[in-house]
Design a protein around this ligand. Structure first.
Ligand SMILES: Cc1cc2nc3c(=O)[nH]c(=O)nc-3n(C[C@H](O)[C@H](O)[C@H](O)COP(=O)(O)OP(=O)(O)OC[C@H]3O[C@@H](n4cnc5c(N)ncnc54)[C@H](O)[C@@H]3O)c2cc1C
Length: 695
């Protein structure tokens, strides 16, 4: 799994604060990325509309680089994007682009070094240079992002779905393509529609899952998330089997071939002419689906892409002027009003109908029941799988149990430890349940104050309609509460953030292209300090709450919301490291990694996102620590070096203890001075593109 590595730049370690304009050789400005001749060259490949743009080209090149070792002349299957495959000229361009891209890698001989994203460096071992190059490639140019925003792939897909649909005769089966975001049988729109079609035609329904390790790598999936997906697939396979529905498994390393493989190989092998799937709103996934629909049409296959992931699909909430909304509060009010006026949004899809048992003796389909869910995906092995099984037990039944506990049992202290959330010893309560205390509980890390449903929602093991329909039942008037004055309402608001961030991502695809939502902050000058980044990742910053949360993250693949904000703010505003480095690391670590929510959280913290709060909101790490872990129990558990500390020292041992006593702890000194780093952040945000003198 690629890990992002920064290069130490001794100059950047200085924290002196006096104004200085960056020089043209600065290695840190994102401005340099999109102004570079290389990016202009690549932008030239981009045609408006359906052509692969730089973003896709980059991925194509990454994929090609990854497979180049295995590739031989006899392998005529090196196609990348479907559009590229079909058009030899475009393919040549992609190949040519690859060569030039390789030339563009940092090379001390010709003095070239990559720039941008706060991650560039001139010298270092080859491996490190490659990593820097990879993160650079994850940031689209401003031009490409603007072009994508102009006509978002979501709109393109919707136009495609509306137009040109033709009735297609029945095949021998109907297929449902399950994605890693809709791992359930209940309340699954595409699965239900596929089942309806299969019933109409009196043919079997086949479920299909396509593993795409190339996607998992490029999209920074964590091994914990992949492990969670595999475990849930095993549960699903058994359940589908009981309904005589096979779960057909395929795996393709070359991710950009997937549309072609599905349309030209898998579906013909199943005799299927109808494919149903739920839409994923990330830009790469939307483009994959556009390619699939188009290729389907060329090959007499009807591909239906349906909204399912959210309570309210993107595009349904507009301002009075009919414009998309980017500010949460008014958007949330409109969301709540819509659910009130149109309760159909909370209605669930019926379950699919079982196939006839005869499928198990059918020559074509019987063997599909033997398809195996792999033990692991290469490169995503998860040695902690057994332990994680306890912490994040798989299956809808477990998710429902978690929800039930959240609604009806009291919070318990110490449930932040590495233990099952469904362990015994809980107490039911009608008045003091976790959801009722959520207004205060959501800001605490010293117990099981929130629902812990995020891995299940992110993988679609449970749907947000299901949890909100249950939340609605808790209100005596049968209304969905969503005001900030009750725990229940506050929680519903929190769930609505999930819809909000997906709406913004579908409307402004720049968000999944590595660009800031507010382009004006693209040139904020970041530090390039590898040691600081590593200390943050390892939980060795000398700030106990940061270290506790980061160590918890590594062990559990999960953090409480408050510490996600505090650790993110620390990386961006205290260490002045590019928020995209943190975004990437969280994705690589979390069991609930989800682009929309993760990016939304990072851009919110970095003040580059949709939040109207100005950039000068900077968390004070110490105050946050005292508030979210008032007893220090969380810190004591995750940072054992501090387990014997009492009082204020647990939050700030370096300043609260005599120096010789502190030294005995074996715990690092703080790696930054909070006051100075705050001033630095304020300066750099206020003077975008500039660094202080001496920095
Ligand atoms: C920097 C940062 C990164 C984040 N990365 C992710 C991520 O990769 N995946 C993820 O699911 N959430 C992410 N979040 C949002 C939030 O922290 C988690 O959803 C929450 O902590 C999960 O705990 P829970 O299930 O107990 O949530 P609860 O408080 O019980 O909330 C219920 C559900 O609502 C949704 N939700 C709650 N808060 C948010 C939010 N701020 N944004 C979007 N959805 C929300 C989640 O699906 C959550 O499971 C991130 C937040 C920040 C600040």
């Amino acid at each position: 799994m690629p890990q992002l590595t920064l290069f130490s730049d001794p100059k950047s370690k200085s924290l002196a604060l006096s104004p200085k304009k960056p020089t043209s050789t600065s290695t840190t400005t994102t401005r340099n990325i999109h102004n570079s001749p290389e990016s202009s060259r690549k932008a030239a490949y981009t045609k408006k509309g359906e052509e692969p743009n730089l973003w896709e080209l980059h991925h194509i090149q990454e994929d090609m680089a990854a497979i180049s070792k295995k590739r031989h002349a006899k392998d005529d299957d090196v196609s990348t994007e479907e559009a590229v495959v079909e058009n030899p000229n475009k393919k040549r361009k992609a190949d040519q682009g690859k060569d030039e891209e390789m030339k563009g890698q940092p090379d001390s001989k010709n003095g070239h070094s990559p720039q941008g994203g706060g991650v560039a460096g001139e010298k270092g071992p080859r491996e490190k240079r490659k990593n820097a190059y990879e993160i650079k490639g994850k940031i689209a140019t401003a031009e490409d992002a603007a072009r994508a925003d102009e006509d978002p792939p979501m709109n393109q897909l919707e136009r495609l779905i509306e137009k040109g649909h033709k009735e297609i005769e029945k095949g021998e089966s109907v297929a449902y393509w399950m994605r890693m975001e809709d791992l359930r049988i209940e309340d699954n729109t595409a699965l239900y529609k596929a089942s309806q079609k299969a019933q109409e035609f009196s043919v079997p329904l086949i479920a299909l899952f396509v593993f795409s390790p190339g996607d998992y790598r490029i999209h920074d999936r964590s091994n914990k998330k992949i492990d969670f997906i595999l475990r849930n697939l095993r549960v699903l396979k058994t359940k589908l089997n009981e309904m005589n529905i096979p779960l057909h498994i395929q795996s393709y390393e070359k991710r950009l071939q997937i549309p072609r493989r599905v349309i030209k190989e898998i579906l013909p092998s199943l005799g299927a002419k109808h494919l149903f799937t739920n839409i994923e709103y990330e830009v790469d996934e939307l483009r994959r689906d556009i390619a699939t629909v188009k290729l389907g049409r060329e090959n007499g296959i009807d591909v239906q892409c349906l909204h399912d992931r959210l309570v309210v699909p993107p595009g349904k909430i507009k301002s009075q002027q009919g414009k998309p909304m980017s500010v949460f509060s008014p958007w949330q009010r409109a969301w709540a009003k819509l659910l009130d006026q149109q309760p159909k949004y909370l209605e669930m899809s019926p379950s699919p109908k079982p196939n006839n048992e005869s499928i198990k003796s059918n020559d074509k389909f019987a063997k599909l029941f033997e398809d195996k869910i792999p033990d692991h995906i290469e490169g995503f092995e998860c040695p902690e799988s057994e332990k994680l099984k306890e912490l994040w037990p798989e299956g809808l039944d477990k998710a429902k149990e978690l929800l039930d506990r959240f609604f009806h049992t009291k919070p318990r202290q110490k449930q932040f430890e590495f233990i099952s959330p469904l362990n015994p010893g809980y107490e039911t309560s009608a008045k003091q349940s976790r959801i009722q205390l959520y207004q205060t509980g959501r800001n605490l890390v010293d117990g099981d104050n929130s629902s812990r449903l995020s891995p299940y929602l992110a993988a679609g093991v449970i749907s947000s309609r299901m949890i909100l329909a249950e939340a609605k039942k808790l209100n005596k008037q049968g209304k969905l509460e969503s005001g900030r004055d009750t725990g229940l309402g506050m929680w519903v608001q929190e769930v609505s953030w999930r819809d909000f961030y997906n709406h913004t991502m579908a409307t402004w695809p720049r968000i999944s292209m590595g660009r800031p939502f507010l382009e004006k902050f693209a040139d904020v000058q970041w530090e390039t300090n590898e040691d600081h980044l590593q200390a943050w990742k390892d939980g060795k910053t000398g700030f106990p709450i940061i270290d506790a949360a980061m160590r918890a993250c590594k062990a559990r693949g999960w953090m409480e919301n408050r510490v996600r904000m505090v650790t993110a703010s620390f990386l961006v505003k205290s260490l002045m490291l590019d928020w995209r480095l943190g975004e990437k690391y969280f994705m690589e670590s979390f069991v609930d990694g989800d682009l929309a929510a993760n990016n939304g959280g990072w851009q919110w913290t970095a003040s580059t996102g949709t939040d109207p709060q100005p950039f000068f909101r900077i968390f004070n790490t110490l105050t946050q620590s005292e508030k979210c872990d008032p007893t220090g129990a969380y810190i004591r558990y995750w940072v054992p070096e501090l387990k014997n500390l009492k009082g204020k020292a647990i939050h700030d041992p370096y300043h609260q203890m005599p120096k010789n006593e502190f030294k005995k702890l074996g715990y690092p000194e703080p790696i930054v001075d909070h006051k100075k780093s705050r001033e630095r952040a304020l300066f750099r945000y206020k003077n975008v593109g500039e660094k202080e003198d001496g920095a």
